[in-house]
Design a binder for this molecule. Structure first.
Ligand SMILES: Nc1ncnc2c1ncn2[C@@H]1O[C@H](COP(=O)(O)OP(=O)(O)OP(=O)(O)O)[C@@H](O)[C@H]1O
Length: 232
């Protein structure tokens, strides 16, 4: 029987040290994430989860160890990286004069999506934003803006989706919908790396997790991760 081709890791970090200036914020972390997998990063407030995600997105230089995304050193300015990696961090940055719909159209068109109008209509519906599509983000609630940020990541092509606490500010029904969307992402072959504080989301995803602790980072099964979350 012919050997199965090895699926390359979309994210592969070994002894990755992250931080600000010369100071690391957490112990070194190992990450391995393949196409179609979901991996959570968990840990208490201030543990360093967002900082790890920022490094994976190429927004922070690693301070040590190795980090490869899409099989090579991270270069967030490369066309390939920008085309294939979508990230949602906890930062709202909007064009003040553009509506929700216009933001999504711009994102989709900028990433070469065809039939942008149809695609955007569907995403607006998915994220419950159809009735708010003609409003500007500054006139939306914080939860609606959060939905829009997430929608912008789902409206464009992606092989790797990096989400920082995607559950934040979402109501219960949107959280359920989000779990389903992430499951569909993985089923479609996208790799999903997410920081989360939500054991319900983690359980719904059945995802393994890397726990960022004070003295070490540990890869855990879903059940162990949920138990650990209750102690953080
Ligand atoms: N821009 C920055 N400059 C310097 N230190 C920072 C900066 N951003 C975050 N930190 C510090 O780095 C540490 C890790 O922060 P980080 O945001 O990665 O934690 P987190 O695990 O994502 O926390 P939370 O669960 O609260 O979102 C914290 O001590 C924080 O104060």
């Amino acid at each position: 029987m012919a050997a199965q081709p090895k699926t390359p890791d979309l994210v592969h970090a070994k002894g990755l040290a992250v931080g600000y200036g010369a100071d690391t914020v957490c112990p070194p972390v190992d990450l391995r994430l393949r196409a179609g997998q979901v991996l959570a990063v968990i840990g208490p407030n201030g543990a360093g989860k967002s900082t790890v995600l920022r490094a994976v997105l190429g927004l922070l230089e690693p301070l040590g160890g190795t980090l490869e995304v899409l099989g090579r050193e991270v270069d967030e300015r490369s066309v390939d990286f920008r085309a294939r990696v979508a990230g949602v961090l906890d930062d709202d940055a909007w064009f003040p004069g553009l509506t929700a719909r216009e933001h999504l159209l711009l994102t989709a068109a900028g990433h070469g999506v065809r039939n942008t109008s149809t695609v955007v209509d569907a995403i607006l519906e998915t994220f419950g934003l159809t009735d708010h599509q003609h409003g500007v983000p500054s006139a939306m609630s914080s939860g609606q803006r959060r939905r829009l940020l997430l929608a912008a990541a789902f409206v464009r092509p992606r092989d790797l989706l990096v989400l920082d606490e995607p559950e934040a500010r979402l109501d219960t029904s949107m959280r359920h919908a989000l779990a389903e969307l992430i499951r569909e992402e993985a089923a479609g072959g996208t790799a999903v790396l997410l920081a989360t504080h939500d054991p319900v989301l983690l359980t719904a995803l059945g995802a393994e997790a890397v726990h960022v602790g004070a003295t070490r980072c540990t890869r855990l099964s879903t059940a162990k991760a949920v138990a650990t979350m209750s102690r953080d």
